[in-house]
Design a protein around this ligand. Structure first.
Ligand code: ZN
Length: 511
C-alpha cells in the first residue's frame, strides 16, 4: 500500500491572519465546504480564544463538517485556550486540538521569558490537558527551524510521551532551506526514541520563497503531514501552497512514492473561491492555478504539443480543473447547452441556482457577443458566494467629464428588516465618478471608510469584456474586501465598494 500524506489546510486560520484577508462567518463556511469537497484531511478552522467571532466560526465549521473531515482548533499552552478549543469542537466525531509553544532561544528569551526546563514542563502539562478532551492532539514547537536540534528532540519526545499524536515542526519565520529542513526531520527520526508513535508534520512559511520546497524535503525525509493553504495565503509572504504540494506529490509519484486524498480537479475552483472571498488575486504565472499555467505561446512548443502533449506538458489541465478562455456560448445558446457547460466547468448547482445564473447569463449575452468560460465562472461566483448584504444598490447616476465636477446620485435599499425594506437617496461629489458614487453610498449608510486598494481587470478577452473591480477598505481598525463584476466598470466598482461596506457595518457593533 502506498503511504499517504495528510493534507492539513490552514487557510481559515493562518491564511485568515494575513493582512486584509479576514472573512465573515458565512464566507468561512463556504470555504470549509469547498475544502471538504476538495478532500483535505484536516481543516484548521481558527484560534477560538482570539475572539468571540473566531470561537463562533470554529464552532460553526465543526458543527457543519466535523463528521466528514477532522476539524482542528489552535491553542497556546494555556488552560483557557485549550478549554475554549474543546468547547468549540464539542460533540463532533473528528476533533483535533492543536497546541503550540515556542522553543527557539530567541522566543524563549524575549517572548516567553522561560527557561528550557519550563518549556518542557508546560508542553507536557498542556498536551496532557488537551488529551483529556480529545484523542487527536497535535503539538507544535513554534520556530522549530531556529531551535537547537537536541532541545527540539527533547521537547518532541516529551510531547509524544504526553500524548501528542502529531508533532508539527514549524518553520514559523521562513528561515529554513530544503537541505537544512531535510536534515532536521531526519535527525528527529533518528534521535527521538518514540517518534514512531506520532505523525511528523511540516508548516513552512514562504519568506525566502522556499515553503513548498521545504515541505517536500520534509516529506522526502519522512514527514507524513503537510500544513498548507489555498493559493499559499498566510502571514507575510504566506504558507506553502496546497495546490503546488499536492500536484508535486502527484506528478512526481515516481520519486516521492506517496499519495494524498485530494480530488485534484477541484483545485482551480477552490483557488478561485478563496481569491474571490479574500480579494487576494492570484498572479497570472502562479504554478498550477495561475491564468497562464497551461498557456503555450512559443511556436516550437505548440508544434511539439500537437505531436504529443507530453513533449511540453507534465500535467493535464483537466487534472487541476483549469478553465481556459475558450469562446463558448452566445445569446442563442439554450439552457441545455448552458447547463452542460456549467457541469464541464466542475460546478454542481441546484435547479434554483442554475436558473438564477442562467438569467444572468442571458442578460450578459445581451450586452456582449461572446460569453467566455471565465465569464460564466464569474456569474456562478456571484450567485454562490454568500455575502452579508444589508444594503443593496438600487440605482445610481453620474455626471462626469472634463471641466465638470464629478457628481453621483445614488439610491440604496436598507434590508435591515427584510419585511420592510426602506430606500434612501443621496448625492455627493468626488475626485472622479467612482469616488463620487462611493462617497454618496457612505453618506447614506452614515460611515466613512478609507480606500486602501482598488483594482480593475478584464475577466475575459475582447473589447466587450466584463470588468472585475476589487477594493480593500479600512474601517474601525480592520480591513475588508469587496469584489464585483459588471460590463460597466463604474457599476462593478460601486458594487465592490458596497460589498466591503456591508461587511464592515455587519461586524461593527451598533453604537
Ligand atoms: Zn504559520
Amino acid at each position: 500500500m502506498t503511504d499517504t500524506v495528510t493534507i492539513f489546510d490552514t487557510t481559515l486560520r493562518d491564511g485568515e491572519q494575513s493582512p486584509g484577508c479576514s472573512m465573515t462567518m458565512p464566507e468561512k463556511l463556504k470555504i470549509a465546504e469547498a475544502l471538504v469537497e476538495l478532500g483535505v484531511d484536516v481543516i484548521e478552522a481558527g484560534f477560538p480564544i482570539a475572539s468571540p467571532g473566531d470561537f463562533e466560526a470554529v464552532r460553526a465549521v465543526a458543527q457543519k463538517f466535523g463528521d466528514r473531515t477532522t476539524i482542528c482548533g489552535l491553542a497556546r499552552c494555556r488552560r483557557e485556550d485549550i478549554e475554549r478549543v474543546a468547547e468549540a469542537l464539542r460533540g463532533i466525531s473528528k476533533p483535533r486540538i492543536h497546541v503550540f509553544l515556542a522553543t527557539s532561544p530567541i522566543h524563549r528569551e524575549f517572548k516567553l521569558k522561560m527557561a528550557e526546563a519550563e518549556i518542557v514542563k508546560s508542553t507536557v502539562e498542556h498536551v496532557q490537558l488537551a488529551r483529556s478532551f480529545c484523542d487527536n492532539v497535535e503539538f507544535s514547537p513554534e520556530d522549530a527551524a531556529r531551535t537547537e536540534l537536541d532541545f527540539l528532540c527533547e521537547v518532541v519526545e516529551k510531547a509524544i510521551s504526553a500524548g501528542a499524536t502529531t508533532v508539527n515542526i514549524p518553520d514559523t519565520v521562513g528561515y529554513a532551506t530544503p537541505n537544512h529542513y531535510f536534515k532536521v526531520i531526519s535527525y528527529l527520526k533518528q534521535q527521538v526514541s518514540n517518534i514512531g508513535q506520532a505523525v511528523i508534520s511540516t508548516h513552512c512559511h514562504n519568506d525566502l520563497g522556499l515553503a513548498v520546497a521545504n515541505s517536500l524535503a520534509a516529506v522526502e525525509a519522512g514527514a507524513r503531514q503537510v500544513e498548507c493553504t489555498i493559493n499559499g495565503l498566510g502571514e507575510r509572504a504566506g504558507n506553502a501552497a496546497l495546490e503546488e504540494i499536492v500536484m508535486a506529490i502527484k506528478t512526481r509519484k515516481d520519486f516521492y512514492g506517496v499519495e494524498t486524498h485530494i480530488n485534484t480537479p477541484r483545485l482551480c475552483g477552490t483557488s478561485r473561491l478563496v481569491s474571490s472571498i479574500t480579494g487576494m488575486l492570484v498572479q497570472r504565472n502562479k504554478a498550477i492555478v495561475g491564468q497562464n499555467a497551461f498557456a503555450h505561446e512559443a511556436g516550437i512548443h505548440q508544434h511539439g504539443m500537437l505531436q504529443n502533449r507530453s513533449t511540453y506538458e507534465i500535467m493535464r489541465s483537466e487534472d487541476v480543473g483549469f478553465v481556459g478562455e475558450n469562446m463558448v456560448l452566445g445569446k442563442h445558446s439554450g439552457r441545455h447547452a448552458f447547463r452542460a457547460r456549467v457541469t464541464e466547468l466542475g460546478y454542481t448547482l441546484d435547479d434554483a441556482k442554475l436558473q438564477k445564473v442562467f438569467d444572468d447569463f442571458i442578460a450578459l449575452a445581451d450586452k456582449k457577443k461572446n460569453v467566455y468560460d471565465a465569464d460564466i465562472v464569474a456569474l456562478i461566483d456571484k450567485q454562490t458566494i454568500v455575502s452579508v448584504e444589508r444594503w443593496k444598490l438600487v440605482q445610481f447616476h453620474i455626471g462626469a467629464g472634463t471641466g465638470t465636477i464629478p457628481t453621483a446620485t445614488v439610491e440604496l435599499r436598507d434590508d435591515a428588516n427584510p419585511e420592510a425594506p426602506v430606500s434612501f437617496r443621496d448625492a455627493a461629489i468626488g475626485d472622479g465618478p467612482v469616488d463620487a458614487v462611493c462617497k454618496a453610498m457612505e453618506r447614506i449608510i452614515g460611515v466613512t471608510a478609507e480606500l486602501k486598494d482598488y483594482q480593475v481587470r478584464a475577466v475575459s478577452g475582447g473589447e466587450d469584456a466584463q470588468g472585475e473591480a476589487s477594493v480593500e477598505i479600512a474601517f474601525a481598525g480592520r480591513r475588508y474586501h469587496g469584489k464585483a463584476v459588471s460590463t460597466d466598470i463604474i457599476e462593478a466598482s460601486a458594487l465592490a465598494y458596497l460589498k466591503a461596506l456591508n461587511k464592515a457595518v455587519s461586524e461593527t457593533p451598533k453604537a
